[in-house]
Design a protein around this ligand. Structure first.
Ligand SMILES: [Ca+2]
Length: 347
């Protein structure tokens, strides 16, 4: 697409002096999407070659929804861990995760092989995001993203950029702009990809030349795996470890204030923190606290813990995904063992 715009710019420049310098073209490319509909339509026409009328009409048809603005002001991350965990760690979500794994075991094995990301993490993400594709959101994506781009000043620049990506994505995939539904924040499909992630990380994993994260579990599985691969998941490295006996001084000293682990396994073990999960000694690590009703749980989060927060920037999210992945894996393995016993006894 970039090539096409540059070609167009150069062609028109032949007829209109002065010719645009490379610097001017780069400046044009770097322009940020405006946060009002009128300027946005002009911008999309100039930067991406859409017809201004087409963009203006699509935005005019899109509905500003107060329910979206309301939802933005009460995210699940406002809860404490002891309230947050039970939302995701339910028997139903664990059992259906094992069933999803069984149903798509060939695809998951292939995704593991290609992306070096374990099946249980891929399944847990799809489980947390949409209950294995069942709950993908009810807001027209164009309504959600345009509402936030034009009427939510706190994040308007971010969502204007996502709106820009959404128009391009729809053109690339041949979608009607008002066709797809998603979350109140414009996340789409079984893995809830925002438009920029859809464009950069989603893959066609069944070879039909389309990338359908809404209805095609193979594409969804391959895309979640690819997202984690591109965000540098390290296979066979641990995610996190509960430290029930951690000395409170050490907990303070190695507490991670940011999402990214600021210490190394070496530093932690040299300080006397005993780790069972045997990561490599230069693996990044930090202590994260999780609020229980009357106490605090300390966990060490490793590099892979941080990778999960690249999907959703919250330690509680990463911990829920991690714990769910472990529960699903245990249930899936038990299910396979039970099946083996059943088929053996049927002989
Ligand atoms: Ca496909």
């Amino acid at each position: 697409m970039i090539n096409k715009i540059i070609t167009l710019t150069l062609t028109s420049a032949l007829f209109a002096a002065p010719m645009l310098s490379n610097e001017a073209i780069a400046k044009e490319q770097a322009k940020k999407a405006p946060t009002n509909a009128k300027d946005f339509a002009v911008f999309m026409a100039e930067k991406h070659g859409f017809t201004q009328d087409y963009v203006a009409q699509a935005l005019n048809k899109a509905e500003k929804r107060q329910s979206i603005l309301d939802a933005m002001s009460r995210p699940a991350e406002g809860k404490d861990w002891y309230e947050y965990r039970p939302i995701f760690l339910t028997d139903k979500r664990i059992k259906q995760g094992a069933e999803f794994w069984h149903k798509h075991k060939e695809t998951l094995a292939r995704a593991e092989e290609v992306s070096q990301v374990p099946a249980e993490v891929i399944v847990a993400i799809i489980g947390v995001e949409t209950f294995y594709g069942r709950i993908q959101g009810t807001f027209p994506v164009i309504d959600a993203i345009s509402t936030l781009a034009f009427h939510y000043p706190k994040r308007s620049k971010f969502f204007a950029s996502e709106l820009e990506q959404y128009f391009i994505l729809a053109r690339e995939q041949g979608w009607m702009l008002d066709h797809h539904k998603g979350s109140y924040a414009g996340a789409m499909g079984m893995g809830q990809f925002i438009p920029s992630s859809y464009r950069h990380y989603a893959v066609d994993f069944d070879g039909d030349k389309k990338i359908n994260l809404f209805e095609n579990p193979q594409d969804a599985i391959g895309s979640v795996a690819n997202y984690f691969n591109k965000h540098k998941w390290i296979l066979d490295e641990p995610v996190a470890e509960f430290l029930p006996q951690l000395d409170s001084k050490l907990a303070m000293q190695y507490r991670n204030k940011k999402l990214k682990p600021q210490f190394t396994v070496d530093q932690l073990t040299n300080a006397g923190i005993k780790l069972q999960s045997a990561p490599s000694k230069d693996t990044k690590a930090g202590i994260y606290k999780f609020q229980q009703k009357d106490s605090v749980d300390n966990w060490v989060g490793y590099h892979n813990f941080y990778v999960i927060t690249r999907y959703n920037r919250s330690p509680m999210y990463a911990m829920a995904v991690h714990q769910l992945s472990q529960e699903i894996k245990a249930t899936y393995q038990k299910m396979q063992a039970d099946k083996a016993v059943t088929s053996e006894s049927a002989k």
